[in-house]
Structure formats: C-alpha cells, structure tokens
Design a protein around this ligand. Structure first.
Ligand SMILES: [Ca+2]
Ligand SMILES: [Ca+2]
Length: 230
C-alpha cells in the first residue's frame, strides 16, 4: 500500500515539475519548440509551444498550438497557472501548421498569436488571436464579425502577403498586399489594404489600387517579419 502511494506521488510530482520547467523556465523567448511526433497510441497530440507576453504584464505566457481532431487549439498558460484555450477549424494538417507565430499586430507592445489554417501549393492562410481579459484568446474578426484570414505566398504569377507598420495617422498598423502579374507585360496590378486593430476587430482604414508596377516596387512589399514584437 505504501509502495503504491509513493509511486503515485512520485509520478504526479514528476509531471508537475516537467510542466513547470517547460512552461516557465527552459524555453527561450520567442523560439518555437519543434512539433512533437505522435508515435504512440497514447501519446499526446502533436503540438508546438512558444513564449509570448499576451497580457502585457511583462512576463511570458506559454502559448501552445495542438491538434484536436479536425480542429487546432491555441492555448496559453499564465504564471499563476491559469489557462485559456480556443479551438478553430483548419483546412490542412501538418507540423508546419502547428508553429505559432508571435506578432504585435497593433504595435502596442502586447503579443498577438498568428496560427496557420491552411497550406496550399504556394500560399499559407493564417488567422490571429488576441488575449482579452475575462474572455481568453479571441479570434480576430473583421468589421462584419467574420474570422479575419490573411495570406502569405502567391506563386509565380501572384503575390499575397501581410506586414505591420506605424501606426499611421488613422491608427492603422496592418497591411495586406494582393497583386497579380499581367500576362501582357509582366507588370503587377493589385490592391493594398490597411487595417487598424480595435479590440478583437480589424477595421479597414484604407485601400489603394495599383497597376503597372515592377516586382520590386515598394507598393508590392509586405514582410510578415515586420509584425514581430519589438
Ligand atoms: Ca504576460
Ligand atoms: Ca499587440
């Protein structure tokens, strides 16, 4: 009886220590750990974690993306061991889709979390989450309340990407560029749209159309790395 009790206690202790070590000490800031392979029947589902300050208190939370059937789940564990999570549908599977991207989409110093939802041949589709106290990790929506998706890629004859900047005079900090290459002369035409993140909503603040541009034109450039927290 004593032996059994001791064994159980040890097992619990080890689990707690492992969680605390992984959550609060070992992982370097902003470095995603590799997704773990699901090699055994009772193994936890594939997941990847990153540290990010999503509540703006100056300390990191442990943010994890994991598979859950046809959905992915983004979660955050706080220093006081409280926990929030949100599930969202995905159209593709794969380890790459489980790498959370830490971003500061409104340039306020508090991190948002970007997660991939679909990987096409040339283009990856993303969605984003922001932490709202009392609500948890809220998926960012557009002004109509639909999930706000954005893309990076495009392929040989198109360009789609996103980037962060500013804020500009309208409070916008996020831009999306979509461009198509002309079959006639190889120039690019498309639109550049800017957004301000207000709470959990991306509100469109402006849109410019362009045409006849070279591939290197500044209007075509949008760098996802510009959304990295500073
Ligand atoms: Ca924090
Ligand atoms: Ca932010």
């Amino acid at each position: 009886m004593n032996t059994v009790r001791k064994t159980m206690k040890t097992a619990v202790g080890v689990t707690t220590t492992a969680l605390l070590g992984g959550a609060m000490v070992s992982a370097p800031a902003a470095a995603a750990t590799p997704a773990t392979a699901d090699t055994e029947g009772d193994a936890p589902p594939p997941s990847a974690s990153v540290q990010a300050d999503i509540n703006g208190d100056g300390g990191p939370e442990l943010v994890t993306l994991r598979e859950s059937g046809a959905e992915h789940v983004v979660s955050a564990r706080f220093a006081d061991h409280s926990y929030v999570e949100s599930a969202f549908p995905v159209d593709s599977s794969g380890r790459f889709l489980l790498e959370p991207r830490v971003a500061d989409l409104n340039r306020d110093g508090t991190a948002e979390i970007i997660a991939a939802t679909e990987a096409g041949a040339n283009t990856v589709t993303f969605t984003a989450f922001t932490y709202v106290p009392e609500q948890g990790l809220v998926r960012i929506s557009d002004a109509e309340g639909a999930a706000f998706d954005f893309h990076d890629g495009g392929g040989a004859t198109a360009r789609v990407s996103y980037g962060c900047y500013g804020p500009d005079d309208d409070g916008a900090t996020f831009r999306i560029v979509k461009a198509q290459r002309s079959d006639v002369d190889g120039s690019y035409h498309g639109v550049r749209t800017t957004y301000a993140l207000q709470g959990d909503t991306f509100v469109r603040s402006g849109q410019d159309a362009f045409t006849g541009l070279s591939e290197e034109a500044p209007e075509l450039q949008a760098d996802p790395a510009s959304c990295d927290p500073s």
